[in-house]
Design a protein around this ligand. Structure first.
Ligand SMILES: Cc1cc2nc3c(=O)[nH]c(=O)nc-3n(C[C@H](O)[C@H](O)[C@H](O)COP(=O)(O)OP(=O)(O)OC[C@H]3O[C@@H](n4cnc5c(N)ncnc54)[C@H](O)[C@@H]3O)c2cc1C
Length: 404
């Protein structure tokens, strides 16, 4: 059966956009279907969240030709300072000790999404936007889609359907894929501050009795704050006026960076672990948040998602010379199998950090204090953790042909 596209990607966010760019020189016809316009996404409060991208992720974005255009909007993380509020223990990871320029980089999600959209616009990839997936039926050779664009229904046929449509994925729902979920009953409060003292590339992860507080260096001496709180407490904090909020934040973070001034409004994100029971269906695969949404405590969400994309692109490209069928069952089964270990390790690690570092139970407080002391004094453990924080802990897929 002939098809309109070799590959259709539902969702043109960070995952869908990056995958499309990874596939643009393969000779396959690729379309990206995105529900919201660039303007709508740009003005959404979610676009303000800052992403800490690991060294490995930035290398992958660089090899896709994405990083060069946004590098100047990012800030390098040269050190990570981990501490426990009210306790002596702390640990520090350093780029210099690892012999690299940066452990990672911080950029706003909106800045990266806008840039990916701009590159897609001038690429051979077809963008169908704004349009929404309404349903599909998968046969042995192809998938017939129904898309709604305004008043019009489109019915393209493809050989591979990719669900890059985020945590509420409709591709996943239409495939009847079950979910493992854990509602953390926590909310992340995100804002931007200007500290009195320039953090000079230092990122802070501070564990408090009510939840972790991340302060990430941004361009122009500002910092992005991701402050996790129990859901009810977050409601109370969100209701505070700016002055009371500032005082509360200063109290939680301390005066390492002097006085903190607020630079933006607050945005909140309810936190839930969501994992698809399988990443594949007939001639279809899931990538990024459609397959796994994590707690942001360890900043691993997109860092994990980009490895889905890199591996899927690598497998499609490697296979192209043989049968030129990107939706071949053996290919998508191999993709799901190859991603299992990384997903399990990152989900287990992130979930463990949330449990140990979000409570005031005395043994947990003692254990994390000892853990931080051990980490700070054991160079091997520090090196191991730093390599993982840099996204270099396991096999890193290779994509694109641009030099790093
Ligand atoms: C507070 C917070 C802090 C975070 N910090 C970090 C961090 O420091 N580091 C990190 O790596 N990650 C971080 N993350 C996670 C990161 O934001 C996500 O992993 C990433 O945005 C997932 O991208 P995605 O493209 O898979 O999904 P999404 O960003 O959800 O994109 C999905 C896209 O699909 C579109 N779509 C949905 N349904 C349809 C449909 N039916 N038809 C067509 N289009 C559709 C949507 O409009 C959207 O554009 C953080 C998340 C939060 C909430």
């Amino acid at each position: 059966m002939s098809s309109d596209y070799d590959i259709v990607i539902i969702g043109g966010g960070l995952s869908g956009g990056s995958l499309a760019l990874a596939l643009q020189d393969t000779g396959y016809s690729v379309a990206v279907v995105e529900a919201v316009t660039d303007e709508q996404r740009h003005s959404s409060p979610a676009a303000r969240r800052a992403l800490a991208l690991s060294y490995g992720t930035v290398n992958l974005l660089r090899s896709l030709g994405i990083w060069e255009g946004v590098a100047e909007k990012s800030s390098a993380i040269r050190d990570i300072h981990v501490s426990d509020r009210g306790h002596f223990a702390k640990a520090r990871l350093s780029a210099e000790k690892e012999g690299v320029d940066a452990l990672g980089y911080v950029i706003t999600a909106g800045g990266l999404e806008d840039h990916i959209s701009d590159i897609l616009e001038s690429s051979p990839i077809e963008r169908i936007c704004p349009a929404r997936l309404m349903g599909f039926s998968a046969g042995p050779e192809s998938v017939c889609l129904t898309l709604r664009r305004g008043e019009e229904d489109l019915t393209p046929v493809t050989r591979l359907l990719v669900g890059a449509d985020g945590v509420q994925s409709s591709v996943r729902r239409f495939l009847n894929i079950g979910l493992e979920t854990r509602d953390y009953r926590q909310t992340a409060i995100v804002t931007v501050i200007r500290p009195e003292v320039d953090p000079l590339g230092m990122a802070f992860e501070r564990f408090t009795s009510t939840g972790p507080l991340a302060v990430l260096p941004m361009v122009d001496g500002c910092c992005s704050v991701v402050w996790t709180q129990a859901a009810e407490e977050a409601e109370r904090i969100m209701a505070l006026d700016d002055q009371k909020f500032r005082t509360r934040l200063q109290d939680a973070f301390g005066f390492r960076l002097g006085k903190l001034e607020l630079e933006s409004v607050r945005v909140q994100f309810p936190l839930e672990l969501v994992r698809a029971e399988t990443m594949i269906g007939p001639r279809s695969v899931l990538v990024g948040n459609a397959a796994h949404q994590l707690h942001p405590v360890a900043g691993q969400g997109f860092n994990l998602g980009i490895r889905d994309i890199a591996l899927l692109a690598e497998m499609i490209i490697d296979d192209a010379g043989q049968c030129r069928d990107p939706g071949a069952p053996r290919l998508i089964e191999a993709y799901a199998e190859a991603r299992r270990t990384d997903h399990e390790a990152v989900i287990r690690f992130t979930d463990g950090v949330v449990r140990v570092f979000s409570n005031d139970w005395l043994p947990a407080v003692g254990a994390r204090g000892l853990g931080l002391l051990f980490l700070d004094h054991c160079s091997m453990a520090k090196h191991w953790l730093t390599r993982h924080a840099m996204g270099l802990g396991g096999r890193v897929p290779r994509i694109g042909s641009r030099p790093e």
